[in-house]
Design a protein around this ligand. Structure first.
Ligand code: SF4
Ligand code: FES
Length: 248
């Protein structure tokens, strides 16, 4: 396949960015999107040009690093996949592909397509954990009975990989789907009940402090989430938040 690429280039958060044109040839349909970018960068190195910076780590849909906006969609045109799981067979020979970083005030550009998602880490640090007493005998996890439905719902929430596609897709740059998943994965389990009140209040407060926008229930986040995190978790978090506020 022969493709025309239009890629966002920006030296740092303060520099002005612009779309730059690149032509690329000999792309196989079974290559991944990131392999296609690797080939472009190899060619740029041979020409002595600055390579395109993009984030990646696991390349198998686990780490949430590969945050690219492709032809106007977070993680590109496929559903329920991350950019690293997107294959070039989703495009046609001769296509023009627009590649941009995830755009949000709370995700400043570091370089080109790499953004700083440290805001998500700080939200996690403010409450996305459970405290466990590890002195003495360790309690076997199976001694705490958990209804299957609750375990399944908690597991589904825990599949959020923190990629930020929900924020990049939302017209308000809201992080509600991410925070809701992180609150719910604990709120649904007995181990998470002890710190439940502080957790939801602290995480929502940190989310607001980081400059994410408000949720207006448009649902774009759910559509673009590569892990299929449901809007139901936002409702779950709102219930947790109301109950925590009344206790406070
Ligand atoms: S909720 Fe979905 S889109 Fe948002 S960070 Fe988690 S996995 Fe990514
Ligand atoms: S590189 Fe890890 S999810 Fe894509």
């Amino acid at each position: 396949m022969k493709l025309a690429l239009k890629i966002w280039r920006q030296n740092n958060a303060k520099a002005e960015g612009k779309m730059v044109d690149y032509a690329i040839d000999n792309i196989e349909p079974d290559m991944s999107f990131l392999e296609m970018l690797d080939i472009l960068n190899d060619e740029l190195i041979v020409k002595g040009e600055d390579t395109v910076a993009f984030d990646h780590d696991c390349r198998e849909g686990i780490c949430g690093m590969c945050s690219l906006y492709i032809n106007g969609e977070a993680h590109g045109p496929d559903r329920l996949v991350t950019t690293c799981q997107l294959h070039m067979r989703k495009f046609k020979d001769g296509d023009t592909i627009y590649i941009e970083p995830f755009r949000a005030k709370a995700f400043p550009v570091i370089k080109d397509l790499v953004v700083d998602r440290g805001a998500f880490d700080r939200i996690q640090q403010s409450g996305g954990f459970v405290s466990v007493n590890t002195s003495g005998n360790t309690i076997d996890a199976n001694t705490i009975p958990i209804p299957k439905h609750d375990a399944d719902k908690a597991f589904d929430a825990a599949t959020c990989i923190g990629c930020g596609a929900c924020v990049a897709t939302c017209k308000n740059s809201s992080a509600m789907l991410f925070v809701a998943a992180k609150v719910s994965q604990f709120a649904l389990l007995p181990q998470g009940k002890i710190e439940a009140t502080d957790r939801v209040l602290n995480m929502v407060s940190q989310m607001d402090a980081e400059g994410f926008g408000n949720c207006t229930n448009t649902g774009a986040c759910e559509v673009e989430c590569p892990k299929g995190i449901s809007l139901e978790y936002i409702a779950q978090m709102n219930r947790e938040y109301l109950s925590a506020s009344l206790k406070g």
